[in-house]
Design a binder for this molecule. Structure first.
Ligand code: SF4
Ligand code: SF4
Length: 280
C-alpha cells in the first residue's frame, strides 16, 4: 500500500519506476488498481533441476541417500525418481552419481512482468512460480529489468526507483536492499513487529543504508506505537491508522490515493517527511 502510494505521489514531481520485488507474493499491481494485461513478460531461469539418464543409471541409490532434501526416492523398479517440489537444485546428486547419469538442467522458475501503468510510470513486477526456489536471484533479475526500464527513460531526467520488498530478512529482502539509497522500514505496534524491525535493521545497518520508520495500524496499540516512535527518534517518518475500509478499497482495486480514507493523508504526511529527510 505504501509503495504504491509513494510511487503515485513521487510520479507527480519526478520520473518513477515502481518495482515489486516480493517475488513470492507480488501485489503491487493490485495496489495500483490491477492490471488486465502486461506489456511484456520475460521468463526467468535462475534454478536448475536434475535430469536422470535411466540408460546409464544402475540403481545404486547413492543419489537418493545423499539428497539432503529427500527430493529423490527409489521406485519399486529400483530407479531414482525426482520430486521437483522438494529439489533445491544443489547439484549433490550430479556430483555423487558414479555413472554420470545425472545432469542439472536449467529450468524456468519465474517470470518478470512489465506494464506502463495508468499513472504514467512503468511497473516491473516479478513472480516466482509455486514451489520454486531462488527468490533472491529472481529479485536480482527484476532489479536488472527495472534498471533497463529506468535507462530507457534516462533522457527524462533523474529517475527514482521505488521498490516493494518482501517482509523479513531472507534472500529476497537482502537482494531488494542491495544498492538502495534509502529504506523505509514498515512495522506494526506489537512485540513481534518490534522484534522483526530490530532484526531487519541489522541487515539495513550492514549495508549502511539510511532509513526511516513507519508504524502501520498504530491505533491497534497506541501505547506500544508511542514506544516505537520514541525508540525510532529522528528516524520516525509517520504512522498509518488501522481501517477496514482499506481492505475494501484493495478488494475493489481502488488505489489508496484515490480514496478519501484517513490513511491517504497520513501517507501524504509520510511523503512530506521523506522529502525533508532526502533534502528535497
Ligand atoms: S539437486 Fe540437490 S536437492 Fe535436487 S535432487 Fe539433487 S541432491 Fe536433491
Ligand atoms: S547415483 Fe546415479 S547410478 Fe546411482 S541410482 Fe542415482 S542416478 Fe542411478
Amino acid at each position: 500500500m505504501l509503495t504504491s502510494a509513494l510511487a503515485m505521489l513521487f510520479a507527480k514531481e519526478r520520473k518513477v519506476v515502481a518495482v515489486d520485488c516480493d517475488a513470492d507474493a507480488p501485489n503491487l499491481a493490485l495496489w495500483l488498481g490491477g492490471i488486465k494485461s502486461w506489456d511484456k513478460i520475460i521468463p526467468v531461469i535462475t534454478s536448475a533441476k536434475p535430469e536422470i539418464d535411466y540408460k546409464k543409471c544402475d540403481g545404486c541409490g547413492l543419489c537418493v541417500e545423499n539428497c539432503r532434501f529427500s527430493a529423490l526416492r527409489l521406485t519399486p523398479q529400483g530407479k531414482p525418481a525426482l520430486n521437483p517440489f522438494l529439489c533445491e537444485g544443489c547439484g549433490a546428486c550430479e556430483v555423487i552419481c558414479p555413472k554420470g547419469a545425472i545432469k542439472l538442467k536449467p529450468v524456468q522458475n519465474g517470470e518478470i512482468r512489465i506494464k506502463r501503468t495508468r499513472y504514467n510510470f512503468p511497473l516491473v513486477s516479478g513472480q516466482l512460480f509455486p514451489g520454486e526456489t531462488g527468490s533472491g536471484k529472481v529479485v536480482d533479475e527484476i532489479k536488472s529489468e527495472a534498471s533497463a526500464a529506468a535507462k530507457a527513460m534516462a533522457d527524462k531526467g533523474k529517475i527514482i526507483m521505488i521498490i516493494d520488498s518482501a517482509p523479513g530478512t531472507g534472500c529476497p529482502v537482502t537482494a531488494a536492499l542491495k544498492d538502495a539509497d534509502f529504506t523505509i522500514l514498515i512495522t506494526e505496534p506489537t512485540p513481534s513487529g518490534f522484534a522483526d524491525l530490530k532484526r531487519v535493521l541489522e541487515v539495513v545497518n550492514h549495508f549502511k543504508i539510511p532509513y526511516g520508520v513507519v508504524v502501520n495500524k498504530w491505533d491497534i496499540n497506541p501505547k506500544f506505537s508511542n514506544r516505537m516512535e520514541k525508540w525510532a527518534r529522528g528516524k520516525f517518518l509517520g504512522k498509518i491508522s488501522y481501517d477496514k475500509k482499506i481492505f475494501q478499497a484493495i478488494s475493489n482495486l481502488t488505489p489508496i490515493m484515490e480514496t478519501n480514507l484517513k490513511a491517504k493523508n497520513e501517507i501524504k504526511d509520510i511523503y512530506d517527511e521523506l522529502k525533508i529527510c532526502q533534502g528535497q
